[in-house]
Write a protein that binds this ligand. Sequence first.
Ligand SMILES: C[S@@+](CC[C@H](N)C(=O)[O-])C[C@H]1O[C@@H](n2cnc3c(N)ncnc32)[C@H](O)[C@@H]1O
Length: 307
Amino acid sequence: MMAAGKQPSLTVPTETSYGRDRLKEFSESAHWYHCITFPSGITTKGVYNHDQYLHYYGFPESLAGLTVLDVGAADGYFSFEFERRGAANVLAIDTNPFDGSVPTDVSLAKLAQYESKYDSVYQSNLRFGDVYESLAVPVGNNLMAARAILGSKIEYRNLSVYDLHALDARYDVVFVGDLIEHLKNPIVALENLAAVTGKVCIISLSNVLPSRSLARPDGESSLARRLFLRLLSSLGVQIANTSRGIEYHGEAGGGSFFHFFPQTFRRALLASGFGRVEIKSLFELPHLRTGVAVPHAIFHCYQARRS
Ligand SMILES: C[S@@+](CC[C@H](N)C(=O)[O-])C[C@H]1O[C@@H](n2cnc3c(N)ncnc32)[C@H](O)[C@@H]1O
C-alpha cells in the first residue's frame, strides 16, 4: 500500500471577509457538534467541548512527520488539533452529505425521528448560506467552514468507515471518536480500521458500561470470585460475567446501537486484527445541552507486527 500523500496548500478567506458579528451568529446558531475556537476568540456553540478533556485521549504531544486519519470527524475539532500538533497530513472523513439526509446507521424504529432531526439541522444551517458562500464551501459543511476560517490545510472526504479499503493507504495514526457505538456493524468497522492503521489507532467509545478499574483489562474476576463462580456452577447455578457484557440500545433515542464494557470491547479489538490494546482512560464528558455526563473509554490499539 502507498503512504498517504502530502496535500497542496490552499489560499483561504479569513473571518474578516463577512464580519465579526455574522461569524458570531454563525458560531452560535448554526448546528455545531464541536466547540471550535477561531483566531478572533469566538467559539462555536457545540454539543461537546473537548478542550479540558484532551489529556484523556493520550495523543502524542508531537505528531510531526506523521500521517493521521480522523474517521467520523464531524466538525473536525480533532483533525485541527492533529494539525496543530504538527501532523504531516490529516485526512478527515465522515459520511455526512450535508443535504439534510441521515448520515449514520439508524434502526428502522428510529428512522423517522432521525430524518426529522437531520432535516432540521440542514434548515438551521441554511440560514447561513451567505457565510458558506463567502467561505466557498458547501452549505452545512461546518468542517470545511471551520477549516477555511482557521486557515487549516486538512483534507476532507465523504467516506464511510465501512469503505476504508478505498483509501489504498495506511495512516500512522488513526483516530475514531464516538463512532463505533453508533454502527450496526461495529466488528466490520474494527477490522477495516486495523487494516489502515500504520502504528496506532486511538478509539474513543462513548456510553461505555460501568467498569470498576483499568486494572483488569481482560475483564477477569479475582481468583476468589472465580472460585466462587466455579462452585456455584458445580451446583448448577450459572451467573453471567457482567464485566463482559454488551447492551443493545437501537430502539432508544440516543442514536447508539451497542454499549460495551471496556474489557469486552478490548477483546473485540484484539480479535479484529490489532496486536496489542491498552485501555488508556475512563472519563465522563459533559453533554452541554442535556448536562448528562457521558461515560467514555479511550483505547490505544497497536498494529500487529507484520513480517
Ligand atoms: C458522534 S459523532 C463523533 C464526532 C467526533 N469523532 C468526536 O469524537 O467528537 C460521529 C460522527 O461519525 C459520522 N459517521 C456516522 N456513520 C459513519 C460511518 N459509517 N463512517 C464514517 N463516519 C460516520 C457522523 O456523521 C458523525 O459526524
